[in-house]
Every structure is written in structure tokens, then in C-alpha cells.
Design a protein around this ligand. Structure first.
Ligand code: AHR
Length: 519
């Protein structure tokens, strides 16, 4: 090799090295670019009479682990620690065949009924007063979902009267007789569940549902004008169903009556898919939220002072390994999913999307809470926390923060169908009073660690970044009773040069990381 060629090779090697060291991704954060406030109700849950969610989960009469009301104390502790802000009850599919009047009064005289949604026997020993007492004791805001399937407008109106009426009316007197003098003052009411789905008892067309919900909402508000109403939005995305048409009709008819439109989305568990395919669901979620937000705006346009309507994403999770779709089979398995490490990563997919749309997503409820599709699993002698518990607990600390619009440049990866998307899925939030920033980063690549330069447009960094992280070599690793420490997040600290505006960090492949720092 002649001398000049050797110099060229050496310098290009050096250049090559310096290129290799340049961060592959960049994230720019500007605290002025506020999307909206992260409402505490984004960290809500859903509890249905399904499998062992209520009976044997939240409520277990006669257990040494329960209090005098039959509430499992260990579960209540785990629920509080999770940071559940709002709890939707009693269903779900269950509610469309449920009569709330079966679940009040002396327990010994409550009727047992066949639950036509899940093929179970419903004892009705846990009803309205038990649920509301549970919420009061755990400091959680309740959402009562009415039966818009087989139920009537009068049932809904009388339920509001039973729960919220302060005067001496018939149903308020029943509540008092049942031991509760002052009204429960339930503010949030769902106008039914998944009525757009043919699987739902009392399934209706959009026009039929809208007509029912309009009158039900009107009658409920005559009893208590202060209540907030959630209309049923899309849950049925099966081929051939017109989910946008459903939203459009419902919004057109209910835009002056309701405060929320619901969305439901379950991401199917990863079976033969690649991790990348599984975690590419972000685009679909962003799209469903953005389309629905535009539909809300379209319905409101032309009105000088439209009624504000937010999205309540009131069922979301990874579902379902445990059910082949036959009701009796569902009852047998009770949708008791064992969540793997990869499902904890999927929590990042959902939560990042909710935070990116914090201006419009003002409520979200993980389906569900205990045992059925749940972060908490019980048996007769204790409980364990599943992988999905930890991201929800940690993201929940960002409630009340301002979600930020973050600029991201990241290497792309592809789904098996060839669709390219960013390896890093990012959201961020900012607390203006403490000047604390949280940067939430999901590295969706199963192959590559991604070195990243994080830059702040405003303010200089203090001398350290706190790191919260979930990573694990086995995507399918799960927790179980007595084996529940392997997937817990790790905390560490990254020293950075004080008074600079940027630092580098490498996000490990297949990991969920929250970087917390002060500006
Ligand atoms: O969460 C389980 C079920 O999923 C709910 O009952 C229903 O609303 C949804 O289809």
C-alpha cells in the first residue's frame, strides 16, 4: 500500500469510528411545546363481574385477608400503590344484562342470576353500595356504567336517584334503609358498554343507540344535573364494521349531552409475531385517537360554544391468550392472562400514545384490575404483581404534568409486512413548578441498543439523570406466586455534565425507560 493510500484508509477508519460513536437517535425537548395536561383519570382501571375480578379478587367474604366488609386488604394496598385514580364498574359485557336492583339490600335476600355475558352464576353479594364503599375506602373516583343493552331508561334514571339523591325520594329512602344516609355523589356515568358489537346483549345500530343514550342521559341529568356522561364510542374494528360511522352518528346526536366519547382497544398477544410487529401497535392507537379527536371537532364545528367532549379510553390492554372466544371457556379461564415481559413493553405503547394525546384523552381505564386481564393476581393466601403493573405505577407519577410534543429522530425498523416505523416510541411530560422532566422511551427494536442524544431547548441540566428501566432477556418471562421479583424495574443514576443542554444515553434493545431530570 502506498503512503497516501494508507493515510486515506486510516483517516476513513478514524472517521468511521467517530461516525459509529455518533448517536443514532436524537430527542429534542422543549417545555414550551405543551400538548395538554395529563389528567389523573388517565391512570384508571376497570373492574367487571368476570371470572375472579370481583369475587375472589377485590372481594372475598370470610377470608382472613379481608376486612369486615369482605374487601381483600392486601388487594386494596396493591390497588392504592398502583395509583388507580378512577374505577369503572360493573362491566363490560356483564353490564348489558345486569339489573342493579338485584345488588342492593340485605345480602341474604339478593337473587342469584345467570350472567348471560360470561356464563357464570352471579350471587349479587357485591353490588352498588359495596362497590362505592370500596372506592371511598381506597380514595378512588367511581364510574358507574348503565345497562344500555337489555336495560331501560328508567333503570338508569332510578340508579342515579338511588346513588345521588339527597331528598326523601323512594330510591334515596332505599339507599338509607340499606345503611347509607348521605348520597354517594357519583359524578361519572357510562351510557353503556360496547353497544356497537354484535356480541353485546342488546346490541344496537348507531342510530338506535344514540336515540336511547340521548333520552337516558337526559333523564339521568334531570335527577342530578351535575353528572358527567360517557357515550359509547367505537370498540368494534372487525372487518366490515364501520367504526368511524358509529362515532359520527353518536357524536352528531349526543354532542350537546355528553362529556366523553369512549374508545376500546385490545392489542392481541404476541404469538408467532416478531416483537417489532407486536409493538408497532402505536400507529394504530395514535390513528384511532386522532381520527376520533377530529370527529369530535367536526361534530362541534359551526357551534360558537360547543360542549367540551374528551376521549375516555375506558378499556385497553393486551388480550386474550386465555379465551378461544367461547363464553363458557371464558368463564372457565376467567381471562386470567399471565403477562410476559413483552406485555410490560406494550404498556409503554398505550401510555405513550395517551400522553402524546393528553389534550383529548382525559380518561383511560386499563381492563382490568384483579385476576381478569389484570396487573394483580390473587389466590387464597396472597397475591403477586404482574409485569404490566410496574409501567402503569411509574407512568402514573406523571399525572398532572404537562405532556410535551417531542421531536424525535430515530433509526427505523420494519414490521414483517414491510411497514417502517421508528424504533424509539417516545412521550414526555413536564412539571412547570418543580421543573422536573420525565422522558418515556420504548425501544421497540429486538436487535439494537440505540445511542441517543437528548437535548433540551430550554434550561440546563442539573448534574444527574434518574433512570427507571424495565429490561429482560426473556420476552416471555412471567411472574407467579412466590416468583415475582424478576421483572421488577431497576433504578439507577446517570451523571451528566452540569449546566449543559444535552446528554447521551443508550436505550437497550427491547426496553422501557423513563429518564427523569430537572431543568
Ligand atoms: O374486558 C373484557 C371484555 O372486553 C369486556 O367485558 C368487554 O367490554 C370487552 O369486549
Amino acid at each position: 500500500m502506498n503512503r497516501s493510500l494508507a493515510v486515506l484508509v486510516l483517516s476513513s477508519l478514524a472517521l468511521g469510528r467517530s461516525f459509529a460513536q455518533a448517536p443514532a437517535a436524537r430527542i429534542k425537548i422543549d417545555p414550551d411545546r405543551v400538548v395538554g395536561e395529563i389528567h389523573p383519570h388517565v391512570f384508571g382501571n376497570f373492574a367487571e363481574h368476570l371470572g375472579r375480578c370481583v369475587y375472589g379478587g377485590m372481594y372475598e367474604e370470610g377470608s382472613a385477608l379481608s376486612d369486615a366488609d369482605g374487601f381483600r386488604k392486601d388487594v386494596m394496598e396493591a390497588v392504592k400503590q398502583l395509583g388507580v385514580s378512577i374505577l369503572r364498574w360493573p362491566g363490560g359485557n356483564f353490564v348489558s344484562g345486569y339489573n342493579w336492583k338485584d345488588g342492593i339490600g340485605p345480602k341474604s335476600s339478593r337473587p342469584a342470576r345467570a350472567d348471560l355475558a360470561w356464563g357464570a352464576l352471579e350471587s349479587n353479594r357485591f353490588g352498588t353500595d359495596e362497590f362505592l364503599r370500596y372506592c371511598e375506602r381506597t380514595g378512588i373516583e367511581p364510574v358507574l356504567c348503565i345497562n344500555a343493552g337489555l336495560g331501560t331508561i328508567d333503570d338508569a334514571r332510578e340508579w342515579v336517584e338511588y346513588v345521588n339523591e339527597s331528598r326523601d325520594t323512594y330510591w334515596a329512602a332505599q339507599r338509607r334503609k340499606n345503611g347509607r344516609d348521605k348520597p354517594w355523589n357519583v359524578k361519572y356515568w357510562g351510557l353503556g358498554n360496547e353497544i356497537d358489537g354484535p356480541w353485546q346483549l342488546g346490541h344496537k345500530t348507531a342510530a338506535e343507540y344514540a336515540a336511547f343514550a340521548l333520552e337516558a342521559g337526559k333523564a339521568m341529568r334531570r335527577v342530578d344535573p351535575s353528572i358527567k356522561l360517557v357515550a359509547v364510542g367505537a370498540s368494534n374494528y372487525k372487518p366490515g364494521s364501520d367504526w368511524m360511522g358509529w362515532n359520527r352518528t353518536v357524536l352528531e346526536k349526543l354532542k350537546d349531552e355528553v362529556d366523553y366519547l369512549s374508545l376500546h382497544t385490545y392489542v392481541p398477544p404476541r404469538r408467532e409475531q416478531t416483537l417489532e410487529d407486536f409493538l408497532s401497535a402505536s400507529r394504530m392507537l395514535d390513528e384511532r385517537i386522532e381520527i376520533t379527536a377530529s370527529q369530535i371537532r367536526a361534530a362541534q364545528s359551526g357551534t360558537a360554544k360547543p360542549r367540551p367532549i374528551a376521549i375516555a379510553f375506558d378499556e385497553w390492554n393486551v388480550c386474550c391468550r386465555t379465551s378461544p372466544g367461547i363464553d363458557l371457556e371464558v368463564h372457565r379461564t376467567g381471562l386470567e392472562e399471565r403477562y410476559g415481559f413483552e406485555d410490560a413493553l406494550a404498556m409503554g405503547v398505550f401510555l405513550n400514545s395517551f400522553l402524546r394525546h393528553a389534550d383529548v384523552v382525559k380518561m383511560a381505564n386499563l381492563a382490568q384490575l384483579v385476576n381478569a386481564l389484570a396487573p394483580i393476581v390473587t389466590n387464597k393466601s396472597g397475591l403477586f404483581l404482574q409485569s404490566i403493573y410496574f409501567p402503569i405505577e411509574e407512568y402514573g407519577k406523571q399525572r398532572g404534568n404537562m405532556a410535551l410534543d417531542v421531536w424525535v429522530s430515530s433509526p427505523t425498523i420494519a414490521t414483517s409486512g414491510g411497514e417502517a416505523f421508528r424504533a424509539l416510541d417516545v412521550s414526555a411530560s413536564w412539571n412547570p413548578s418543580t421543573r422536573r422532566l420525565s422522558l418515556n422511551v420504548l425501544n421497540r427494536s429486538s436487535q439494537d441498543d440505540i445511542s441517543t442524544q437528548v437535548e433540551s431547548a430550554d434550561g440546563k441540566l442539573a448534574n444527574q439523570v434518574e433512570i427507571w428501566q424495565m429490561r429482560h432477556p426473556d420476552m416471555r418471562a412471567t411472574h407467579d406466586f412466590g416468583r415475582d421479583r424478576t421483572l421488577v424495574p431497576k433504578s439507577s443514576v446517570l451523571a451528566v455534565t452540569p449546566n449543559t443542554k444535552r446528554f447521551n444515553y443508550t436505550f437497550p434493545k427491547a426496553s422501557l425507560t423513563i429518564l427523569k431530570f430537572t431543568l
